[in-house]
Ligand binder design. Structure first.
Ligand code: MN
Length: 216
């Protein structure tokens, strides 16, 4: 069975940028429901229940057709949110990690080579987040050692094949949830304000770790 992971910090750790009530509802109710529905969809196909969630998304084609849409939506939701909690952190820095400061080292070099500057990356990423109509995600991904920014609808993600998600299959190192449930209590209709605030809680140590692994 898939399990809802605990948040790697307290519900109020991302204040004032992401409020405690949003985090409680988002993690316990929304992410919790994705996990429950994913397990329910795979009740008759237990061979998939022991898989790594990211491997399962890469192999959606192997899931029986009657469960595939539910696994795409709820397995996607489980993977995306598990990732999302991990690439954020407490901006007061009580974990020892540096939040909000931006990339450094090899990742900063590649950001500068690819986008011109970190500020240019933020602008392009913000445009992708704002332009996503309805619900979805914006991502910074690595493929073949190169960085790019993409966005996906609903709970689709770059871990899925391009025929499913519409974007090239690649490894996300940073991503933002732009479903209204991620920001509406605090930011209402002002998605760009949420995106701007969110940069303050990005855990760059975690992003850089994922970059180093993805670039392999
Ligand atoms: Mn969400």
């Amino acid at each position: 069975m898939f399990k809802l992971p605990d948040l790697p910090y307290e519900y109020n750790a991302l204040e004032p940028y992401i409020d405690e009530e949003t985090m409680r509802i988002h993690h316990d109710k929304h992410h919790g429901a994705y996990v429950e529905k994913l397990n329910a969809a795979l009740t008759d196909f237990p061979e998939f229940l022991g898989m790594d969630i990211y491997d399962l998304l890469k192999k959606l084609d192997s899931v029986p057709e009657q469960a595939r849409v539910a696994v795409r939506n709820n397995g996607g939701g489980h993977a995306n949110h598990s990732f999302f909690w991990e690439i954020m952190g407490n901006p007061s820095n009580d974990t020892g990690a540096v939040m909000g400061a931006g990339p450094k080292g090899a990742l900063l070099t590649l950001v500068n080579d690819t986008f011109g500057s970190f500020e240019a990356l933020q602008a392009k990423f913000g445009e992708a987040a704002a332009a996503r109509f309805g619900s979805g995600w914006a991502w910074l991904v690595v493929k073949g050692g190169a960085l790019s920014i993409v966005s996906t609808a609903n709970q689709d993600s770059p871990w899925m094949s391009e025929s499913v998600s519409g974007v090239h299959e690649s490894t996300p190192i940073l991503g933002i949830d732009v479903w209204e449930h991620a920001y509406y209590l605090k930011y209402q209709n002002k998605r760009p304000d949420y995106v701007t605030a969110w940069w303050n809680v990005v855990n760059w140590d975690e992003v850089e770790k994922r970059f180093a692994e993805a670039k392999g």
